[in-house]
Design a protein. Structure first.
Length: 255
């Protein structure tokens, strides 16, 4: 079931989105060679505490997970695509980092992700991150009243495939609102003109994921959460929570 949000409720989601944007900015600023992933999680947690917000990630346990997620931040490095658990691993020069974060404030959720490099960036990593961001922008551009979910999926997939990158199957965006994950699902590849019609008041987390090696294969790491590329190539992830409005898409997690 898809809940259409009122304009007032969308405004409330925007406040949760500001917390998410501030946390991701703080994580990116703090990330440097020698900094541990656990330290980045604490940076994000501190933003939540100061804002009086909760975490939809901490303790989250979907059906596939062997244990509840133990942190407020997903941080995936190099060949990790998504759902990376923060550990004592210390960032190294040239690492590619994807940080995914959510917040709950006054009963409403928001979710966003960024990818960036630490230290000296490899040109191929810069291109990978830029492609994820372009795919996100294309998906948001298609998120207009009267379009369909398939138009978003097609826009994202076209950017990724034309760049020669892989797209992990079965993982994509989702509805968002009172909970982090709501209907409908938002695939990262699909046919234009298909799927649910977009209406004013829908809220979606749009999140392209790209695999640098060009293949779509991935596997679950032993921790039961982290997804890694099968070919060992690097991956990037970009995400915004977006409201569908008569005035056009409204990015709720913009800084």
């Amino acid at each position: 079931m898809v809940e259409l949000k009122t304009d007032t409720q969308i405004d409330a989601m925007r406040e949760a989105g500001r917390v998410v944007a501030d946390a991701l900015a703080a994580v990116r600023e703090h990330a440097a060679v020698g900094v541990s992933l656990l330290e980045l999680d604490e940076v994000a947690h501190d933003v939540l505490r100061k804002a009086g917000a909760g975490s939809p990630f901490l303790g989250y346990r979907p059906s596939f997970a062997p244990t509840p997620f133990p942190a407020v931040l997903c941080v995936s490095v190099n060949d990790a695509i998504v759902h990376g658990i923060p550990t004592k691993y210390r960032l190294r020069d040239g690492d590619l980092v994807s940080a995914d974060f959510g917040a709950e404030l006054d009963g409403w959720a928001a979710d966003s992700a960024i990818s960036f490099t630490v230290g000296r960036a490899r040109p191929e990593d810069v291109r990978l991150v830029e492609t994820a961001e372009r795919a996100l922008a294309a998906g948001i551009g298609a998120a207009v009243v009267g379009n369909r979910i398939g138009d978003i999926a097609h826009a994202i997939g076209t950017v990724c495939r034309e760049a020669g990158y892989g797209i992990p199957e079965d993982f994509g965006g989702h509805g968002i609102g009172r909970r982090m994950h709501e209907d409908p699902g938002v695939p990262n590849e699909g046919r234009a003109g298909r799927g649910m019609v977009l209406r004013h008041g829908m809220a979606l987390a749009i999140e392209p994921m790209v695999i640098g090696g060009g293949g779509d294969g991935y596997h679950e790491a032993p921790d039961g959460w982290t997804l890694r590329t099968n070919d060992g190539s690097r991956a990037a992830h970009a995400e915004h929570s977006v409201a569908i409005t008569e005035a056009g898409p409204r990015i709720l997690t913009a800084r």
